[in-house]
Write a protein that binds this ligand. Structure first.
Ligand SMILES: Cc1ncc(COP(=O)(O)O)c(C=O)c1O
Length: 415
């Protein structure tokens, strides 16, 4: 009997068998992954969004290898940590103070602790169906949970967490009228883990303004969106002024690292020793080397072309399916988007629930896998593309989508 619980350490990694076989990846380079049988795939999960420069980036590898040679765990302050913090803070506006952690969940956890300590309040408000990590406070109300959909007047809450409906302007006022113990609202620039639901114009700013009016902080959870659309925080480009942001994934190109960045007065409690932070591996040399190398490279990359390539791919996928009698739509941005069956993509989580079709997305995953493309199987999953997904790779992807659409047309034709 295998020892690994459910075959994987994170539930996000569970995949259906294909022709009775499980998938085990042996290596990756650029836009590609190879399995243990030597088959090559174009990857669109990309470390669940972490691998923006492509798999196994040479410069990141060299920087991390050098750090590893100098000791992975020197215990004390070391020569790479300040440099990485300086590099990160160059990109985060007036969120100038940095604490490194190891995973996005840890960063969000620390941000919530900072907000509670600063405000003296107990609750964190998160977007219903948003994913801000798997730690207890914020995994409440995650996508597909019973709590994620709720009626007015029946807001699900615990002692530490309450929920707010994404893109519902009136619900923000109601939240603060109902509850005066909210330390912070966690905002996601896009409800990415519920299938890339875009924020309506003005919505994020509306939440921020009302939160601030009521003395609550704003935490921008940029673990997924940070550094994806440009080398900086998506929320800042939306005109937001968060008090704290959590970042992770793309800042280390797949090397485990995350951080909170915050306004100095908000994070002063940590500096003064009033608020606890810790972690044997927080700010370790490998992570810091990866951050410095990744961010320097992101500065030199052409995001506009990347997003354009992705938008071309989106349009091509829609056209390919339509030519096979299956109408689909996509939501999100060129380099991170969801695929939906039907003419329109959802604007609210309730619409996403109606549109979610696990049979379709599982069948699409399997057909693409057979055609050499790896895509998340969940209806709320995403297709990512990296800087290594050049025009040649995009053309290869179109061929795979053509094969998949032909295979799925009999079952899912809706045109
Ligand atoms: C928006 C957001 N926040 C937090 C997390 C948690 O990050 P991690 O999986 O690194 O713990 C994720 C992970 O997907 C995320 O997308």
């Amino acid at each position: 009997m295998p020892n690994l619980v459910g075959d994987v350490s994170s539930a996000a990694r569970i995949l259906p068998d294909l022709n009775g076989e499980k998938l085990f990846i042996s290596k990756g380079k650029g836009a590609y992954l190879w399995d243990d049988k030597g088959r090559r795939y174009i990857d669109t999960a990309l470390g669940f969004g972490a691998v923006l420069l492509g798999h196994s980036n040479d410069s990141v590898n060299a920087a991390v290898t050098e750090a590893l040679g100098d000791s992975a765990a020197p215990s004390w302050a070391h020569v790479r940590e300040h440099g990485a913090a300086t590099e990160l803070a160059k990109h985060t506006g007036d969120l100038t103070k940095v604490i490194f952690t190891n995973s996005g969940s840890e960063a969000v956890h620390l941000a919530c602790r900072a907000a509670r300590a600063y405000t003296g309040r107990g609750k964190i408000a998160k977007m219903a169906a948003g994913f801000d990590g798997w730690f207890d406070d914020v995994s409440y109300g995650n996508v597909t949970s019973n709590e994620a959909s709720f009626q007015d007047g029946k807001r699900p809450s615990t002692e530490r967490t309450t929920l707010i409906r994404y893109n519902d302007f009136a619900d923000v006022e109601r939240l603060f009228a109902e509850d005066n113990d909210i330390a912070a609202v966690i905002l996601e620039p896009m409800l990415a883990n519920a299938g890339c639901i875009m924020a309506l114009p003005g919505y994020l700013k509306h939440v921020q303004d009302i939160a601030h009016k009521h003395g609550a902080l704003v935490i921008c959870d940029e673990v997924l969106m940070g550094f994806r659309l440009y080398a900086g925080l998506a929320g800042l480009r939306e005109g937001l002024s968060p008090d704290i942001a959590s970042v992770g994934k793309a800042i280390g190109n797949g090397v485990p690292v995350s951080a909170i960045v915050g306004k100095p007065h908000i994070l002063a409690g940590f500096e003064e020793g009033r608020v606890l932070r810790g972690g044997t591996f927080s700010g370790n040399p490998l992570a810091c080397a990866a951050v410095t190398s990744t961010l320097t490279q992101l500065d030199d990359n052409d995001y506009e072309s990347l997003i354009q390539r992705g938008n071309d791919l989106r349009a091509a996928i829609e056209a390919i399916f339509e030519s096979h009698g299956v109408i689909i739509s996509t939501s999100g941005y060129g380099n991170v988007f969801g695929v939906w069956l039907g003419m329109t993509s959802p604007v609210t989580y309730e619409q996403a629930v109606e549109k979610a079709n696990p049979a379709f997305t599982t069948a699409l995953h399997l057909a693409l896998r057979e055609a050499g493309v790896l895509m998340m199987p969940s209806p709320y999953g995403r297709i990512y593309i990296s800087f290594e997904h050049n025009s040649f790779v995009i053309e290869e992807m179109k061929v795979a989508f053509e094969k998949a659409a032909a295979k799925l047309s009999a079952e899912f034709a809706n045109a």
